[in-house]
Design a protein around this ligand. Structure first.
Ligand SMILES: [Zn+2]
Length: 370
């Protein structure tokens, strides 16, 4: 393994951040996988899983079993790791700018589309050309703030990968994935290995999340009629933020490692994986359940519960008026995420329910809740 340390330029005098990048295998040999963890820096089960994946990759490399290339960034957000305010760590937003660490990633789509004439009818060569254009485009960018510098560095590491796994964690949640619709059902093996309960098909969701932004130039090319390989880009939500457990992280790291075996990047045997038996459906069928009132959120349903449309999943207790407001779902489906904080304000998303049919008002470009 080669380990390198990249500098994130100082945003203020005396302040420096370092990004650790672990490289396995040989660039240009077979396929490249890129894995990053905890770009939302408060989602630490992701980084713990990356530590276990790193061990497995190290041993595979010692045994000469890395056929392709793997780039692993086990702690992808040093500025976010450092953010604390009054005793509380805050890793979702870049505090100086208020920007979400997993939105507004540098997007090379327009640069690739502008060069449409260079593409032929060879999907492999076209993907290579698109990556070359992306690389050139990224080199022209001149970010300023620390979060922008970080995003550009990470995108430069990821843009030419065939497989991109972005490891996150939700609030109080079951394992779930965001994948491009064109990679389903091909990714049922990954969903089975991870024992995912929900898989969402996300494209053009809005906000330029990392996994969608890496794939966006290829998606756009294909939509213009150019045949082009589409990288496998997945956001893996490794349960909830309090699910910090070595046994779980070891199991999840092994699942990701096995996925790399199945895709031919690592040589080896794959453990038997459960069949995927969860819900796979469009992101438009995901209901972010908002509370109509503020107060103390008392859930009536556990995570993983199946709920009917209109069912009450929580009550918002108001200790001032001594009243309770029911919170009902619109979707029928699986309650796979609940909020961790229990003092809520009107309009807060307190849970997510995965149905199978797109919901009225859930529109492309506006699917993210923050
Ligand atoms: Zn996240």
């Amino acid at each position: 393994m080669a380990c390198e340390t990249l500098q994130i330029p100082a945003a203020s005098p005396g302040q420096h951040f370092q990004l650790t990048v672990c490289r396995f295998g040989t660039p240009g040999m077979e396929k490249k996988a890129y894995v990053q963890a905890s770009t939302h820096a408060d989602e630490v089960p992701a980084a713990l899983t990356a530590m276990h994946l790193r061990r497995l990759l190290e041993s595979a490399e010692r045994e000469g079993r890395v056929r392709g290339e793997v780039v692993l960034v086990p702690a992808a957000n040093p500025p976010g790791f450092a953010q604390a305010l009054l005793g509380h760590h805050m890793g979702r937003y870049h505090l100086p700018t208020g920007r979400n660490f997993n939105r507004f990633w540098p997007d090379a789509t327009q640069a690739v589309l502008a060069a449409r004439k260079v593409f032929t009818d060879d999907p492999v060569a076209n993907a290579a050309r698109a990556r070359s254009i992306m690389r050139t485009h990224l080199e022209t960018l001149q970010p300023n703030a620390a979060d922008e510098q970080l995003k550009l560095t990470l995108m430069q590491l990821a843009h030419d990968a065939d497989i991109v796994l972005d490891l996150h964690t939700d609030d109080d949640a079951e394992m779930h994935l965001y994948v491009d619709p064109d990679h389903w059902p091909a990714l049922t093996d990954l969903a089975g290995l991870l024992d995912a309960k929900v898989v969402m098909f996300a494209r053009g969701s809005g906000g330029n999340a990392f996994e969608e932004t890496v794939a966006a130039p290829f998606v756009a090319l294909r939509e213009t009629g150019v045949t082009c390989e589409l990288p496998v880009t997945v956001t893996v939500e490794l349960r909830g933020r309090l699910d910090v457990d070595d046994a779980l992280a070891m199991r999840d790291g092994r699942a990701l490692f096995d996925f790399l075996i199945l895709r031919g990047i690592i040589d080896g045997e794959v453990q038997a994986a459960p069949e995927f038996s969860g819900i796979a459906a469009p992101f438009e069928a995901t209901e972010p359940v908002r509370t109509p009132a503020g107060g103390i959120c008392v859930f009536l349903k556990e995570r993983g519960a199946y709920v009917e449309a209109g069912e009450v999943i929580a009550e918002i207790a108001n200790p001032v008026t001594d009243t309770r407001t029911p919170v009902r779902t619109r979707a029928k489906g699986r309650l796979f995420t609940r909020c961790l904080h229990r003092l809520v304000h009107a309009g807060d998303v307190i849970a997510k329910v995965q149905g199978t049919m797109p919901l009225p008002g859930r529109c492309k470009g506006q699917l993210m809740t923050d």
